[in-house]
Design a protein around this ligand. Sequence first.
Ligand SMILES: [Zn+2]
Length: 657
Amino acid sequence: MTKKFDPRKNYEASKKKIGYVPRKDATQKDYDRIGFMSGLEVHQQLLTSRKLFCNCPAGLYHDDDDYDAELIRHMRPTLSELGEYDGTALMEFKTRKEIIYRVKNETTCTYEVDDTPPFPLNREALEIAIEISLLSKLNIVGEVHITRKQYLDGSIPTGFQRTAIIGVEGAIPLRHKTIRLIQLSIEEDACREISDIGHVRTYKTDRLGMPLIETVTYPECINPDEVKEACDYIRFLNRSTGKVRTGIGAGREDVNVSCRGGSRVEIKGVSHTRWIPELTHNECFRQWALLAVRSELQKKIPETEKWNISHEYLRFHSFNFTYAPLIAAKKAHHNIVAVNLPGFRGILSHFTQPGKMFADEISDRLKVIACLDKPNLIHSEELEPAITKDDMEKVRIVLGAGAEDAQLIIWGPEEDMKTALETIEERCKMAFTGVPNETRKSFEDGTTIFERVLPGADRMYPDTDSAPIPLEDNYIEDIRKRLPEEVTERYHKMRDWDIPEDTYTFIFKKNLFPLIERIISELDYDPKFVGSFFGHRLKFVEGHHVAPVNFDYNVIFDLFRFVRDENLAPEIIDQMLPVIFEHPVMEFESVLTTIKFKRHDRTDILNKIPFLIEKFERIKKSTEKKAAADWIMGQLRTSATGNIPLKELFVEINSKL
Ligand SMILES: [Zn+2]
């Protein structure tokens, strides 16, 4: 019999031992203690009509089941020019994935599927990339060299992405510091994944080859908020040109994080910047936890290089399994295998991320590398055991396990077991050295799972199909002259105008600043009103009403001008907007009719006040001023809106009370 061991207590104790603090309670002191370090790769699709290296349309998306043909590929690693296999390549090969591409003729030609060489680089995209590089204070390269970056997960049929550096060594100003930029590249977008089940992964090729830029920062952020601030700034900057795509999936970030003594881990494809603080916080502590696991193991296992796992196939009928996935495995004639991990007691239930433990690190890899869909394992340190104590004891006996060992049970098709066992042993051995280099996939709750092995540095090589493109100085200078006003200046201007800060994201995202500035300067509206109108009212209306495609925001300028010329009070614009938004070509006068607006003389409205004061005192039996003013406002609001500014009306009411 083993000594009494309580996984729940162990989990909580390990969390305490590493000094884990939830994100909401963490201070800079905590981040300094664990050596938080983070940098970004911000991707943004460019607003061009065509793809980067062919003439297929960009930004045209199809439904998953809308396609003309299917292509099937199997990935195979080849030796690099240096005579080595890439780790990622080997991992992908191990998964024995069959990759299926769903192709629609309208958005895919022979280039994307690797049957013809690239067409010349899209000049429109190049120009946008240069423009954003200049805004990011990057030094523009003298000659654009197109290189191939290995991509072996199947998301690009050729197995590589064409990419080119446009600018190097820049900087962006944050509130309290400057973050340096390594570079900005232009590159092709990859396929969109439809599904990944067992050994089959399916993609569609509509997005493949669309131009995007990647801005890479140095890892100079020392807490999660800085990472988010840097990311927001870069995204604002991209959007401020009005030449990038917006909307879901148009901007994605890879965030790399490490703790002191940890490794560079990349969290891929974060689609919302608001997720960044929680994700980077948790990843840094996950690494800190893995370092604690390492020191535990070093104490427990003297000769780690001799360490290995042992396993036994289990006979279903020798146990009283009632756990559904095990019953399903039995029905499917799958293998059920028990694995002994010598010296790992207390490790499997070691805290890694909120709600996760070391055993999840193994489970995640089994899913990705051995293609065992989750749930794919149970183990001896589960907080909610899936099998009885008696059965777990029998498993220990079958394995000949010692008191300090831990056990796993996995199941799946016979042909996946070899890879599964190798994967388990490999992940456990990595725990002896600390934090594996890997890319991880993010979730909204702030946790991450293993995605793939981090590719080696030698995944770039020259593209022999493309000639270098020289960038003449006067060409760059022409672009520089046309640069939009800088984002920092726009920031400051909005602050000076006293526009509420919670509107900035929306205004930059939709590139509404130029329009706001025009309305303020040409039509002489109160800046605070205009800013709030765009950042609050328009945002609300966009979320609740449907505009025709290609809705042109310039109609809002005409609306403001109409209201000014008609001598109406600005609040009426709030009420007219939903109608304009749905029917942008409707005459403004008809819009007023639609919202049942009636013109009233200012004095007529004000003349009603004495009567209403009397009425209030009569029916409410009160002379309380504030209550009276609010009530009278309520009575007059409908007829006053548009005819007299509501603030003015309120002042008038109060003066008569
Ligand atoms: Zn094409």
